[in-house]
Every structure is written in structure tokens, then in C-alpha cells.
Design a protein around this ligand. Structure first.
Ligand code: SF4
Length: 393
């Protein structure tokens, strides 16, 4: 099915011009049976997930219609967003992930590293402009003082004690542990005591070691990612969860990844949301060397969001669209394919922009509200942990 026809069909479902029942009736019986089971709340397994991940054309429309219906029944018509600021405190990094266009070696002309004072000032400025969260991640500079992450937290909290600090990927945590020689649990506790509120569940890419080896040989392993996340959750540090798709992986990897996240959530309950992150290929070595496909197709974007809604049902109820990666039109389509959260205002976004994304670095709250209203849904500002701050009914 052509992309514009697909988009028109999805808008028709959203406006209830085409019912979910009708979309199901047009789908093959085996697929409709899985979707009906998902709709009434039965937990789907690997084979069922894989069948959904292989949906095409009319099948995909049925998948999207059921995911949207389940979203409506589980979390209603609110579309949430958070007013936040990204602070990427350095782009110097030795890890060399081939999908990354952000990192620099220390000698490159545009390499930078912010001081503690500069980081704290950016957080204070964000707070003055109405942000409730700062999201802090950076490259991994060689010879970093392992206590620098702790010092960032202290510097920010000394300036703006109320701001929520959402910081440090599991990769940065593993690096901090390595550089300080501390035990993982003790290191996380130190960060928590110094002001860490939640962790970004980034550096997950695809949670499969074979795929990880192909896209980033020095990245932490699946076991290390799971250990950091579950240890953090047990200490009361909640996290997001993510998946980067559209590069070298297959639909089987999506399904296994989602089921692994679901299993972790059953054990810890610590995930606040799931964020599908479409690979932005244009300026990355992985794509330029011909080792990956050129990012996800529209069908793949829709499928991943819908699949997440159905496979994570009852366990992770907030599915976020990444507006920086998707752009305006696609974000809106994915919000009609099972997603219920628009992400953050960001204020300064670097990682996707440098990889070639063109959606911009900042989206004002008013623009979120307007885009959400275009969908016939209700805008709501939330905190990082999904408490509603303001409803714009
Ligand atoms: S993704 Fe992160 S760890 Fe990998 S090269 Fe880029 S900045 Fe470094």
C-alpha cells in the first residue's frame, strides 16, 4: 500500500469512518484471531508477535486499528508531553558506535565539553523557562573522572533543587563504575543520593548481542544493560525503555526486544514508558558504508508503535513518539497507531539533528497542544513519571 493511502486510511480509522471491526474483517483470519486476542487482553507470545510484525497493507491497517483501540481503552484520549531540556554535556567519545553521528575525538575542531558551571546554568535556565526535567547524556571521554557524573548531579541540584534529573544511559553508568572501581549498586546509590531521579533507558539499541556486535563493538552487552536497569529499578530509580530500529535488525529482533522489556517490567515495575527510536541514517558510518538499510519505512514505524502497544499491554502503558526522529506528519500517524505520549520540548536536541534529522531542536508547549488537538485528542503536560501537571481540555 502506498504511504499516502496508508496515512489516509489511518486518519479514517481515527475519525471512526472505518470501524475496528471492519478493519479486522478485512484481515486474514489467522491475523484477525491474534488481534482479537490482544484486544480482549490476552498476553501475546513470540510467534503471535512475529506474525503481527510481518503484517503488510490491509493487515497493517488492522494492526494499527486494534492498537489504537487498545490505547483508547487503556489510557484514554490524553496525549501527554513533558517540558524538558536536553543537555549533552560533551560530544567527546571513544566508543565509536557506527550508527552515531554525534561523537567526536578530542582533537576534532568541534569537540566540546561543558564545565559543571555551564551545565548547572543550562539547567537553571531551563527551570526559569518552565522546564520540570533536564535530560543529561553525553559521549564517553577517555580518562573521564568517574565521579564527574556525581558532580554534575550535585552542581545542578545546588542551583535548582526542584528540577527532575533524568540522566546517564546504562553505558555511562557502566563507564562510571569502571572508572571509579565501585560496585554497580553502590555507584547507583551514590548517584541517587547526589540527585539522580530517573535513568534514560537508552544504549539499548537492539537487545541482541549479535546485532550489537554489528553496529557497535565496544557497547555494553545485553546482560550489562539488563543488570544496570534492574539494579536501578530495585533501588527505586525508575527508567524509560527504548529500541532503535530500521538498521540491520529484523522483525524477530523487535519482538524479542519487546518481550525482554516486558519480562523485566514484570520483575521490577520500574519502566515509565517505551520509546521506539527510528534509526536516522544519513550522516552515520553504518549507512554510508552500506552496512544498514536507510532507516525505517513508514510501515515499519507504524508497526513498531502498534506492536509495542499490544505486546507491552498491561505492563508498560506509555508509548512515546520521538518527534525529533519522526517529524510532524509521522509523529501524528504513530500517535494513531497505539502511542499516547509526545515526548519532551527538548530545547536543544543534538543527537538526531547531527545524524540528519530535520524536525528541529525545540517544540514549544503551544505547538504540542495544537498538534494534539488536530488529532481530536486532549493535550496534557506531565512530569517525567507521568503525573499530570496541566490539562488543556
Ligand atoms: S552513541 Fe553514545 S557511546 Fe556510542 S559513539 Fe555516540 S556518544 Fe559514544
Amino acid at each position: 500500500m502506498k504511504e499516502d493511502l496508508m496515512a489516509a486510511a489511518i486518519w479514517a480509522i481515527e475519525r471512526e469512518e472505518v470501524s475496528v471491526e471492519r478493519a479486522l474483517a478485512r484481515a486474514p483470519r489467522d491475523l484477525a484471531r491474534i488481534l482479537e486476542a490482544a484486544w480482549i487482553g490476552q498476553e501475546l507470545g513470540f510467534e503471535e508477535g512475529l506474525r503481527l510484525a510481518q503484517a503488510r497493507g490491509e493487515e497493517l491497517l488492522a494492526l494499527v486499528a486494534v492498537a489504537d483501540q487498545v490505547r483508547r481503552e487503556r489510557v484514554g484520549d490524553l496525549v501527554t508531553y513533558v517540558v524538558n531540556r536536553n543537555i549533552n554535556f560533551t560530544n567527546i567519545c571513544f566508543v565509536g558506535c557506527s550508527f552515531c553521528a554525534f561523537s567526536r575525538t578530542p582533537k576534532e575542531q568541534d569537540a566540546y565539553a561543558l564545565t559543571l558551571d555551564q551545565i548547572a546554568e543550562k539547567a537553571a535556565e531551563a527551570w526559569r523557562r518552565g522546564a520540570t526535567e533536564v535530560c543529561i547524556q553525553g559521549g564517553l571521554p577517555p580518562n573521564l573522572d568517574g565521579f564527574f557524573y556525581r558532580d554534575i548531579l550535585r552542581a545542578i541540584k545546588a542551583r535548582v533543587s526542584e528540577i527532575h534529573i533524568h540522566a546517564f544511559s546504562p553505558m555511562e553508568i557502566v563507564y562510571g563504575v569502571e572508572r571509579t572501581g565501585m560496585a554497580l549498586r553502590d555507584y547507583l546509590l551514590l548517584l541517587k543520593e547526589s540527585g539522580l531521579d530517573t535513568l534514560p533507558g537508552t544504549a539499548a539499541e537492539i537487545l541482541d548481542d549479535t546485532v550489537r556486535w554489528r553496529i557497535s563493538r565496544q557497547k555494553l552487552t545485553v546482560a550489562q544493560w539488563v543488570e544496570v536497569i534492574t539494579t536501578a529499578h530495585k533501588l527505586g530509580i525508575r527508567s524509560t525503555s527504548t529500541m532503535m530500529y530500521g538498521h540491520v535488525e529484523t522483525p524477530e529482533h523487535w519482538v524479542r526486544h519487546l518481550l525482554l522489556l516486558r519480562d523485566i517490567q514484570k520483575r521490577t515495575g520500574g519502566f515509565t514508558e517505551f520509546v521506539p527510536l527510528g534509526f536516522v541514517p544519513w550522516n552515520t558510518a553504518l549507512y554510508k558504508l552500506g552496512k544498514a538499510r536507510p532507516g525505517p519505512t513508514v510501515e515499519e514505524h507504524l508497526k513498531v508503535h502498534a506492536l509495542a502497544r499490544l505486546l507491552l499491554r498491561g505492563w508498560i502503558e506509555n508509548i512515546q513518539v520521538s518527534w525529533v526522529k519522526l517529524g510532524r506528519a509521522l509523529s501524528q500517524l504513530c500517535l494513531q497507531a497505539g502511542a499516547n505520549d509526545y515526548g519532551g520540548t527538548l530545547m536543544e536536541e543534538n543527537i538526531s539533528r547531527l545524524a540528519g534529522a530535520t524536525a528541529g531542536e525545540y517544540m514549544a508547549p503551544e505547538e504540542f497542544q495544537a498538534r494534539i488537538r488536530e488529532l481530536g485528542r486532549i493535550p496534557a503536560e506531565r512530569t517525567t513519571t507521568y503525573q499530570i501537571r496541566r490539562l488543556f481540555a
